[in-house]
Design a protein around this ligand. Structure first.
Ligand SMILES: CC(C)(COP(=O)(O)OP(=O)(O)OC[C@H]1O[C@@H](n2cnc3c(N)ncnc32)[C@H](O)[C@@H]1OP(=O)(O)O)[C@@H](O)C(=O)NCCC(=O)NCCS
Length: 398
């Protein structure tokens, strides 16, 4: 049985910050019912449609869920939504500031209808403070949490960080809060309201960056690590944009193993290189010595030689490598699911390898489960379902 078997989630999330939260709960076995407006989650329009179906972006964040179309701007839609509320354990939303209120959905009213309900609200800057009404996408939150200020060349401008960890990091942290509240709900029978600010989420990833300077001066840029005891990016053999290797020998044993592997045992005792301080002082020289070896080796070969010698390192994977690398393939990291419109879809597996998770499933079509859920949860018959559809409340408009 899946770990969260029995947990029911009313999922009013969009794009990534909320959808990644509810998807995690679904992977752990929760029944996640995604309530979408007639046009669907705007995530269904991010990127090119695949074979006339949803884009890969949407499918990456909405697998293992059911989709119900409910027009919350209609009175019947709102009424149906309020009827659903008592049957669920969790409600999650990441609408823009004031959107829930404009839909006349009051959190306190939801809690009156269902005291067990756990309500998670994701906002860019939270629900209070001077910036609370500002709209936020991933990189906005990263900028607001200091992430760009520590990224880039030491003397260059701040840089954008590629991965969207403000969004998915928010989803993960929201899921942690929901799981804790669920444990408490099982004990006390009561839910609670969880508020998550994306800005504050990203600060969780900032706590290693020169904390000794906190409150005194800003941390510097860290996109360029050559100055740190030989840690950094080194060019490998080949002309590809990602024919590079990242090496990070922190301890003296790691440094010794690096020197031995690159056939430079003399560097182990050479006073220009034998301490971290000396390597920092002679950083250009160190870089030249290590590069002379890496540039003779293809990146995968270099990783095998250094990694097996005990040197922390990885070649620079590009996103194709995520699908083709022998290690990830050996672990079945890429999963293939069948989608009724798109055909075969490849998904990157979630990282939890534990009993109690569900197999990866495809994302739902817009409104695919509307009738199924309303009949199952509210006991609606065919006539009632037909009425809702003919009024346009549950009919997709795409
Ligand atoms: C991400 C964000 C900037 C997008 O802004 P946006 O595209 O204007 O979307 P909003 O959330 O403001 O509005 C959603 C709209 O869909 C409507 N909607 C959503 N579900 C609906 C439903 N079931 N029925 C009818 N309408 C619905 C809302 O009423 C709202 O309509 P409006 O434009 O008339 O107000 C904003 O949602 C936001 O700041 N969210 C919080 C932070 C966050 O999660 N950011 C990261 C997203 S990955």
């Amino acid at each position: 049985m899946a770990a969260l078997d029995g947990m029911r989630v009313l999922d009013m999330t969009q794009y990534e910050a909320g959808t990644s939260c509810t998807q995690y709960l679904a992977w752990l076995g929760a029944d996640v019912v995604k309530i979408e407006g007639p046009h669907g989650d705007p995530g269904r329009y991010v990127g090119p449609p695949l074979n006339g179906g949803d884009p890969q972006y949407f499918m990456n964040y909405n697998g293992n869920k059911r989709s119900v179309v409910l027009d919350l701007k209609s009175e019947r839609g709102r009424q149906t939504f309020f009827e659903l509320v008592p049957h669920f354990d969790v409600f999650v939303e990441n609408y823009g500031p004031g959107v829930l209120e404009a839909l006349r959905i009051d959190i306190e009213e939801l809690r009156r209808l269902n005291p067990r309900l756990i309500c998670a609200r994701v906002k860019g800057f939270g629900l209070s403070g001077p910036y609370k009404d500002f709209m936020v996408y991933d990189w906005v939150a990263q900028a607001a949490a200091g992430a760009f200020s520590v990224t880039g060349d030491v003397d260059g401008p701040p840089r954008i960080v590629g991965p969207t960890y403000a969004d998915s990091g928010t989803g993960m942290q929201a899921a942690i809060g929901i799981l804790a509240a669920y444990v408490e709900q099982q004990r006390t029978g009561l839910g609670q309201v969880i508020e998550i600010s994306m800005q504050e989420v990203v600060t969780m990833f900032m706590r290693t960056l020169e904390p000794e300077k906190w409150g005194q001066e800003p941390a510097g840029r860290h996109g360029y690590l050559r100055g740190r005891a030989a840690g950094g990016l080194y060019p490998c053999k080949g002309e590809g944009a990602n024919d590079w290797m990242f090496i990070y020998p922190v301890t003296s044993q790691m440094w010794d193993a690096l020197c031995t592997t690159i056939n430079r045992p003399d560097m182990v005792h050479d006073e220009r290189y034998c301490t971290a301080e000396a390597r920092v002082a002679n950083v250009d020289d160190v870089y030249a010595q290590i590069s002379a070896w890496t540039s003779q080796h293809e990146k995968r070969e270099a990783m095998k030689l250094l990694g097996s010698a005990g040197v922390p390192c990885s070649y620079v994977f590009d996103t194709m490598d995520l699908f083709n690398d022998e290690h990830l393939r050996a672990r079945d990291f890429v999963q293939t699911v069948d989608h009724p419109v798109v055909g075969e879809v490849q998904l990157l597996r979630h990282p939890l390898r534990m009993a109690g998770t569900e197999p990866m499933e495809r994302s739902p079509l817009l409104g695919e489960h509307t009738d199924e859920v309303l009949a199952e949860v509210l006991g609606m018959d065919a006539a009632a379902l037909g009425d809702l559809a003919s009024e346009g409340v549950t009919r997709p408009r795409v």
